[in-house]
Design a protein around this ligand. Structure first.
Ligand code: HAM
Length: 425
């Protein structure tokens, strides 16, 4: 009988150390940028009660849930996104949390997606959110952070774009043309460019729109400038929504990010909870799936049973980002690196372990052989582990507290005590 070897589940990844080092580079850049914008890190559980998602996040994401009944007969779902968890955290401490506040997280998420480029069933997603303010400068802060981060990864302005739209604006336009319930229309609008004009018109007709309304909506969503939109909409609400976008763009331009953002009314977003500005980040030419997406959700806490606390934020996945960086040759290839390798000519393992501890107590990363082996083998190991200095525990001066050591970067040999060796790093 043949036994088949275990297989990797579809849509998941293994991270061998080589891949994990690249992943850590992405995580480090995410974390450093978020911290440089004064966001604080938080976490939550990887699974939640199913009802946190049903009815609030939108049909698509709910259809992709990994859910099950636990042994206590509770309906549980692996988290497909972080925003509902964040909202739950906010509601639980609504009084204590000093608002506004800026938080970030880098959760592992699960969605039962059709396997395709840029979309997996398990992935990581940087989330940055600002809670407790309705000010458009919160959006400006988030978008400045996105642009800063993508530049830090090595992308140039023009190689990515943050497309900005507004559900408030769309809602007022839908009202102006007398279209029915926006909640039914948004999911169709979100698919507009994916499904093509005919299917789009049919889906809107099914949602109750007339041919003329569909035509108007299609024209509206093709507007490329604030001027064009201003000519198309008349209501005061629309003017206010437009003014907000103008303010946002001018602020970002003042901070040096003017070339990173543009008006893109074709962006609607699939999630149900957005109420204001919505945005998506794409590579130039939109040849890949979205790198990031987000928006304002001023009534999510209320929908979940808490008081109304406004919020805005985005999620940036690791998958499309890594694909894009790879395409631009921007992914580093970091090697393993340790500070010291403790070697012994006589395979005196007790002395090796003892000396390794001295350097570790000093805060250094230390490796050494795990079995008796010739010096040539030990040096090979030191080499491929990226040791900067090899310390020989049984050199002629070992009794006097001094060691012979070799700087692997220059090949030079020295003799000295622990502090001299550490100094050499
Ligand atoms: P989302 O548009 O569903 O938004 O996801 C945001 C980003 O996560 C996408 O642009 C993509 O980079 C990545 N992503 C989504 N699904 C997958 C997948 N199956 N495989 C790989 N990457 C994926 C949200 O999740 C919102 N909760 C974001 C947010 C935060 N809104 C406000 N705050």
């Amino acid at each position: 009988m043949s036994i088949s070897i275990p297989q990797l589940p579809k849509g998941t990844r293994d991270f061998y150390p080589e891949a994990q080092r690249i992943q850590n580079y992405i995580f480090d850049t995410w974390r450093k940028t978020a911290e440089s914008f004064a966001y604080e890190e938080y976490e939550g559980p990887m699974f939640e009660h199913l009802e946190l998602y049903t009815g609030k996040s939108g049909e698509e994401i709910v259809s992709q849930l990994y859910n099950f009944k636990d042994k206590g007969d509770r309906e549980i779902a692996l988290r497909p996104e972080m925003t509902p968890t964040l909202a739950r955290l906010v509601i639980q401490k609504a009084r204590e949390l000093k608002k506004p506040f800026k938080w970030f997280s880098m959760p592992r998420l699960f969605r039962y997606e059709k396997a395709q480029k840029g979309r997996l069933r398990e992935f990581f997603q940087l989330n940055m959110d600002i809670i407790g303010t309705e000010s458009i400068y919160a959006e400006a802060d988030l978008m400045a952070a996105i642009a800063t981060m993508l530049r830090k990864f090595g992308l140039k302005d023009g190689e990515f774009a943050i497309g900005v739209s507004s559900r408030k604006l769309l809602a007022t336009y839908l009202e102006e043309i007398g279209a029915p319930n926006p909640a039914l229309v948004y999911p169709v609008l979100d698919r507009r460019l994916k499904i093509g004009p005919e299917a789009f018109a049919k889906a809107l007709a099914d949602a109750g729109l007339t041919e003329e309304q569909v035509k108007k909506l299609d024209d509206f969503m093709s507007c490329k400038s604030i001027e064009e939109v201003r000519n198309a909409v008349k209501s005061e609400n629309a003017a206010a929504a437009l003014k907000e976008i103008e303010d946002l763009f001018e602020t970002l331009a003042a901070a040096g990010y003017g070339d990173c953002v543009n008006l893109d009314l074709s962006i609607v977003r699939g999630l149900a909870y957005y109420t204001g500005i919505v945005f998506e980040v794409f590579d130039k030419g939109k040849s890949m799936r979205a790198i990031a997406g987000g928006g304002r959700y001023d009534s999510l806490t209320e929908k979940l049973g808490g008081e109304r606390i406004p919020g805005v934020g985005f999620g940036m996945g690791d998958v499309v980002l890594a694909d894009l960086l790879a395409e631009h040759n921007l992914l580093p290839n970091p090697k393993q690196s340790v500070d010291f390798y403790i070697a012994s000519f006589t395979n005196d393992m007790k002395k090796v372990f003892e000396t390794a501890q001295v350097f570790r107590a000093n805060g250094n990363a230390v490796s050494h052989p795990l079995a008796a082996m010739k010096m040539g083998k030990q040096l090979d190991q030191a080499n491929y582990q990226g040791a900067k200095i090899v310390v020989y525990v049984d050199g002629s001066k070992a009794g006097e507290g001094e060691f012979e050591y070799k700087d692997m970067r220059t090949g030079e040999m020295f003799v000295g005590n622990v502090s001299a060796i550490v100094e050499r790093l």
